[in-house]
Design a protein around this ligand. Structure first.
Ligand code: ADP
Ligand code: MG
Length: 245
């Protein structure tokens, strides 16, 4: 039996002017599933992620989270953003706040946690991503890999139902990529539902339940990593893989 759907997109369409950036997208992400999204630059991967978090609106179709349509505004929208954490290529930490304060901010504001509770939880999360000793530093004092691990811990602080990653390692020096992927692998093992846009094919092979290949705003293939990497069906996917592998 397929896992219960946590994220469900049906017939989703979006344009930017005349560019049809999302074309009839159907995608189901089951609870606890890890879906890796790959595809050429400009194929709509970031727009897809942003639509799931309602950072972008859609023109037709539907997106459900946990059986409910995405809320359009107000408190319910803030709640959605808390339920679906997002980790970007640029770490987007608050530069003038310490690492600990970065993790405490949203839980206090949105989840209404008390300061002590938020601080304790923040320290636990930093420990989990291997950064317990960095709590009182400022983002600029950390390496890129450390900053991205803080960004992941900050997303986790909201106790999200799912996490979206948009090229989380693309801005990192090569030697830092693995420490971030290792944190993500750990989350996957713990059962976190994840949608991950990445060019790290090793991660896709080892951690993904499914690989979604996008081209020109469409989902061209949606298969297990084993099937996809050993026998891509589409010319587009074969062409893409020949360029990056
Ligand atoms: P990917 O993440 O796969 O590289 P994106 O989702 O970022 O692709 O972009 C898909 C297409 O939409 C690209 O051609 C991009 O230039 C265009 N696009 C993205 N955001 C906007 C925007 N805010 N306004 C106009 N065009 C956009
Ligand atoms: Mg992108």
């Amino acid at each position: 039996m397929a896992a219960e759907a946590l994220i469900e997109l049906r017939g989703v369409n979006k344009h930017y002017g005349t560019l049809h950036v999302l074309q009839d997208i159907d995608l189901t992400v089951g609870r606890g599933e890890v879906v890796v999204v790959i595809g050429p630059s400009g194929s709509g991967k970031s727009t897809l992620c942003r639509a799931i978090n309602r950072l972008e609106t859609i023109e037709s179709g539907s997106i459900h989270l946990d059986g409910r349509p995405l809320p359009a505004e107000g408190r319910a929208l803030a709640q959605l953003r808390a339920d679906v954490g997002m980790v970007f290529q640029s770490f987007n930490l608050f530069a003038h706040k310490t690492v600990l304060a970065n993790l405490m901010l949203a839980p206090m504001k949105v989840r209404k946690q008390r300061k002590e509770e938020a601080a304790q939880r923040a320290r636990e999360l930093l420990d989990r991503v291997g950064l317990a000793s960095q709590a009182d530093k400022y983002p600029a004092q950390l390496s890129g890999g450390q900053q991205q691990r803080v960004a992941i811990a900050r997303a986790l602080a909201m106790e999200p139902k799912a996490l979206l990653f948009d090229e989380p390692t693309s801005a990192l020096d090569p030697e830092m990529i693995n420490e971030v992927l290792e944190v993500m692998r750990q989350l996957a093992r713990e059962g976190m539902t994840m949608v991950v846009v990445t060019h790290e094919m090793g991660f896709a092979r080892s951690a993904a339940n499914r690989v979604v290949f996008m081209a020109d705003g469409r989902i061209v293939e949606d298969r297990t990593p084993e099937d996809f990497f050993t026998a891509p069906r589409s010319e587009r996917a074969r062409d893409f893989l020949s360029k990056i592998l």
